[in-house]
Design a protein around this ligand. Structure first.
Ligand code: GLR
Ligand code: MG
Length: 424
């Protein structure tokens, strides 16, 4: 019999930074670099696996504490991973979510264990010679569709030359951005990051997108920038136009009030971000679709548990993203492929990342007709490029950024940028 036993002998945790355009959202604007952390887990037999997560200071410190606790762990034991992460972290204090204030309620233990779960699955796949999707129950689709993720954006970071996407500050600019993204990647769903301009301007943008791309499902996500009344008005005006409306307003109660007043399905990656959030949201009928995100929900196997709960209570599943590298894209693709209930095209920030900046060779992650084929090599199907990791770590050290702060960056250029919620 083949020996598949493996104990963790070493864990490295490396913060990295990669260039990011000035993408606007309701809390501000993306800084010139996005921060991530790459973890590499190596077994006593010399097999290694990788994972990727957020990059802020507190999260990084917690990852390092957890990493030290994992040495000696059996790579097959999810329960021991939970126990050891919990032990390393002590109490589940808030903060360190890396979302610039947009999402604050996720579970610290789940967030911290997530990249290690991915790395352990990568190792398991290599040990048994199967792709990660097989370890998650098997792929139910050969390729995973992603959506075009549109952002209002400036032409350039202040003081820098225009980036090659240019500005998108009105409906025409967004239609042009969508056209390029669809031409280059083949996406067949479109999401607009809203909450940036007054709602009527964003309604006009959605109408322009509807006219330009008549058959494509459209989504709008203002990250809870609106009151219940504003949300209901926007939902009424866009009735029949949106596939779903994502986080129009804050909290389960607010979302329940909006959900009760519109036939448009509501989705969330803000008011349901941990297992503790599910019961109240189901009870209040606050959301129809949960945007799963393995970085919040404890990794790929915990997302399988979320999927079972979604099955039980008839919730739809989609997938949330943040600025990310190829390890996360591979992990998201395996997970989405092996989640039958995940029937919506997943979010991805991929087009906003420069193709020459990654920590893995991204060849296995090419987009065809808006989808990424599920990698078939053992494990995640992507390999760490150590030179590239060193380069992006150097960039992290040099760039000076240590925590994502969209609001602070925006206030350097617009000192009176508002932070009250709801904004409209
Ligand atoms: O769906 C979402 O809420 C997101 O994608 C959150 C992100 O942080 C997004 O707002 C961003 O990148 O600015
Ligand atoms: Mg969202």
């Amino acid at each position: 019999m083949v020996d598949t036993s493996a104990t963790i002998a070493d864990v490295t945790v490396t913060p990295v930074a990669f260039r990011d355009p000035p993408l606007l959202n309701t809390v501000g604007v993306h800084e010139p670099y996005a921060l991530r952390t790459v973890v590499e887990v190596t077994t006593d037999g010399g097999v290694s696996g990788i994972g990727e997560t957020y990059g802020g200071t507190l999260h990084l410190e917690r990852l390092r504490r957890a990493a030290a606790e994992l040495v000696g762990m059996d790579v097959w034991s999810l329960h021991d991973l939970i126990a050891r992460t919990t032990r390393a972290l002590g109490t589940d204090t808030p903060g360190g979510d890396g979302m610039s204030g947009m999402v604050t309620g996720s579970s610290t233990v789940d967030r911290v264990m997530s990249p290690f779960d991915v790395a352990c699955l990568d190792i398991q796949g290599k040990l048994v010679g199967r792709p990660v999707s097989d370890l998650l129950g098997g792929a139910v689709r050969p390729a995973v569709p992603y959506s075009a993720y549109l952002f209002y954006k400036w032409a350039a970071h202040p003081g820098q030359e225009d980036d090659d996407w240019g500005a998108a500050l009105d409906p025409a600019g967004l239609v042009e951005q969508a056209r390029r993204m669809i031409d280059e990647y083949g996406f067949s769903s479109v999401k607009l990051k809203g909450g940036v301009f007054p709602p009527d301007e964003e309604i006009a943008a959605i109408r322009a997108l509807r006219e330009a791309f008549p058959g494509l499902p459209l989504r709008l996500d203002p990250n809870a920038a609106w009151s219940v009344e504003t949300s209901l008005r926007v939902a009424r005006e866009l009735d029949g136009v949106l596939q779903y409306l994502e986080d129009p307003t804050e909290g389960v109660e607010g979302m329940a009030a909006v959900a009760g007043g519109t036939p448009t399905p509501l989705a969330t990656n803000m008011c349901v971000v941990s297992f503790d959030d599910l019961a109240p949201a189901v009870e209040r009928k606050a959301v129809g679709i949960v945007l799963s995100d393995h970085h919040f929900w404890g990794g790929l196997r915990r997302c399988g548990q979320l999927s079972a709960i979604a099955d039980t209570f008839g919730l739809g599943l989609s997938m949330h993203s943040n600025s990310h590298l190829g390890i996360s894209l591979a992990a998201m693709t395996h997970l989405a492929a092996a989640t039958p209930r995940l029937t919506y095209a997943c979010d991805t920030h991929w087009p906003w990342k420069r193709p020459d900046e990654d920590v893995v060779d991204t060849t296995p992650l090419r987009f065809t007709e808006g989808s990424v084929a599920v990698p078939t090599a053992p494990g995640l199907g992507v390999e760490l490029d150590r030179d590239a990791l060193a380069r992006l770590h150097r960039q992290y050290l040099d760039c000076g950024l240590r925590d994502r702060d969209d609001t602070g960056y925006m206030r350097r250029f617009e000192p009176s940028f508002p932070t009250e919620t709801p904004r409209w």
